[in-house]
Design a binder for this molecule. Structure first.
Ligand SMILES: C[S@@+](CC[C@H](N)C(=O)[O-])C[C@H]1O[C@@H](n2cnc3c(N)ncnc32)[C@H](O)[C@@H]1O
Length: 190
C-alpha cells in the first residue's frame, strides 16, 4: 500500500501495517469477509499469528478459503465466538486488535455488533494489549451503530491517560463512518 487511503477501513489497515512487526500476535475482532484478517496475516509474517473472531460460521468458512487461496492459513486461527470471550483464546499480548463494527457488507443487517458486547471486548482488549499496542475501531452511525459509537466515545473518556486516542472523522458528510485509534503508551511513553 503506497498511497495514503481516505477510506477508513483502508486507513485502519494502513495504520496497522506500519505498526506490526514480523512475528507479532494480532487479533481481528470482527472477521466478516476476511479482508482485515488477510491483511493482518500478511503483516505478521511467517513467525506471526492472527487470532480472528466472528459469530457467523459462514464468515469463518469464507475467510479460511480466502486465506488458503493466499497460502496464509497456517498463521491464522479463527474462532466462531463473540469477541467478548477473547480472553478464553488469547495466550500472548496482541500488538494490534482491529474492530470493524456493524454488520457484514453484503450479509444480513440483522446480525451486527452490539454495544454491550463491544464494550466488554474493548475492556478485554485493553487488559491484554501489548505495551505500545494499538486498537483500531471503524465505527458507523446506521441502526444501532450510533448508540454503540456514542457509548464507545464515552468509554474512551474513562480510560487511563496513557491510552492515547485519535479520532478520525471525514468532514462534509452526514453521519460519516469514523475511525478511532487507541494506543497503549504506558511504558513506551508515546
Ligand atoms: C463490518 S463486518 C466486519 C468486516 C471485516 N472486518 C472484513 O474485513 O470483511 C462486522 C462483523 O462483526 C461480526 N460480529 C457481530 N457481533 C460480533 C461479536 N460479538 N464478536 C465477533 N464478531 C461479531 C458480524 O458477524 C460481522 O461479520
Amino acid at each position: 500500500m503506497t498511497e495514503f487511503p481516505l477510506k477508513l477501513t483502508a486507513l485502519a489497515q494502513h495504520i496497522v501495517s506500519s505498526h506490526i512487526r514480523s512475528g507479532d500476535v494480532v487479533i481481528d475482532a470482527t472477521v466478516g469477509n476476511g479482508e482485515d484478517t488477510l491483511h493482518l496475516a500478511r503483516c505478521v509474517g511467517e513467525e506471526g499469528f492472527v487470532l480472528g473472531f466472528d459469530i457467523q460460521e459462514t464468515c469463518l468458512e469464507k475467510t479460511i478459503a480466502l486465506l488458503t487461496e493466499n497460502n496464509l492459513h497456517q498463521r491464522v486461527k479463527l474462532v466462531c465466538s463473540g469477541h467478548e470471550k477473547m480472553l478464553d483464546y488469547v495466550t500472548d499480548s496482541p500488538r494490534v486488535v482491529m474492530f470493524n463494527l456493524g454488520y457484514l457488507p453484503g450479509g444480513s443487517s440483522a446480525i451486527h455488533t452490539k454495544t454491550e458486547t463491544t464494550l466488554l471486548a474493548l475492556e478485554k482488549s485493553i487488559e491484554v494489549l501489548d505495551d505500545g499496542g494499538l486498537i483500531t475501531l471503524c465505527l458507523y452511525s446506521h441502526r444501532e451503530g450510533l448508540k454503540e459509537k456514542e457509548a464507545i466515545f464515552k468509554w474512551v473518556e474513562g480510560l487511563p491517560k496513557y491510552f492515547q486516542v485519535l479520532r478520525l472523522s471525514p468532514l462534509k458528510r452526514n453521519n460519516p463512518p469514523e475511525l478511532l485509534v487507541i494506543k497503549n503508551t504506558k511504558t513506551t511513553g508515546s
